[in-house]
Design a protein around this ligand. Structure first.
Ligand SMILES: C[S@@+](CC[C@H](N)C(=O)[O-])C[C@H]1O[C@@H](n2cnc3c(N)ncnc32)[C@H](O)[C@@H]1O
Length: 196
């Protein structure tokens, strides 16, 4: 009951403060603790619907912002949105045309859950690897990445992959995540490109 009430309170707060979802507080917390976005950064948000991270990003930078999701993202002033699969080459090309350079990639993308824990975990890690590959193909040297993942089998493998491309890599659990959730964010700063 405690967590149910907590969930409702965060949701009600988000609606009252004009955010499209409670996820807004996760990015606000990440920014407060890790300062991933500077005020002139261009931002790519992968898995962006309904758009609360885009709202937060818009408040943090004067740069360009592009959001991508499988679902349509309701229009947001000063943000370009694309409907598509972040793993699709055509979508990736469209992003490259719209946004250059990319200073920060933020991704809260998560696959739809089936309820089968190990299957869901494997898909989440697979999606995280896709986000990492896409981010590494667009990020400017020195750029940052925020990547949502889930703790469990293969998480440490994804984490060590991220470490190959960034000088500083940390993990972060948000207090805005639902109680008992395996959700964890990888905060990777200072992109250096593939190690030799
Ligand atoms: C937790 S929601 C994101 C919430 C968002 N950060 C916000 O603040 O409103 C996860 C999103 O990931 C998207 N997603 C999952 N797989 C994707 C893919 N392959 N390509 C694009 N979006 C994807 C889902 O459609 C879903 O909208």
């Amino acid at each position: 009951m405690g967590s149910q009430w907590g969930k409702d309170r965060t949701y009600v707060r988000a609606m009252r403060e004009g955010y499209r979802s409670r996820a807004a507080y996760k990015l606000l917390e990440i920014q407060e603790r890790h300062a991933v976005i500077r005020d002139d950064d261009n931002i790519l948000d992968l898995g962006a619907a309904p758009g609360s991270w885009l709202q937060v990003a818009r408040s943090l930078t004067r740069g360009l912002i592009v959001g991508v999701d499988l679902s349509a993202i309701p229009p947001l002033e000063g943000v370009t949105t694309l409907v598509g699969d972040l793993t699709a080459p055509a979508l990736r090309d469209e992003v490259r045309t719209l946004l250059h350079p990319v200073n920060v990639v933020i991704s809260d993308a998560a696959p739809k859950l089936s309820g089968h824990r190990s299957y869901d975990q494997a898909r989440a890690i697979g999606l995280g690897e896709e986000v990492l590959a896409f981010a590494c193909s667009v990020l400017k040297p020195g750029g940052n990445l925020v990547l949502k993942s889930f703790q469990g089998e293969d998480f440490s493998h994804l984490l060590s992959e991220v470490k190959q491309y960034f000088l500083s890599v940390r993990t972060f659990r948000s207090t805005a995540s639902r109680k008992g959730s395996a959700e964890i964010y990888i905060i990777a700063k200072n992109f250096v490109g593939p190690s030799q």
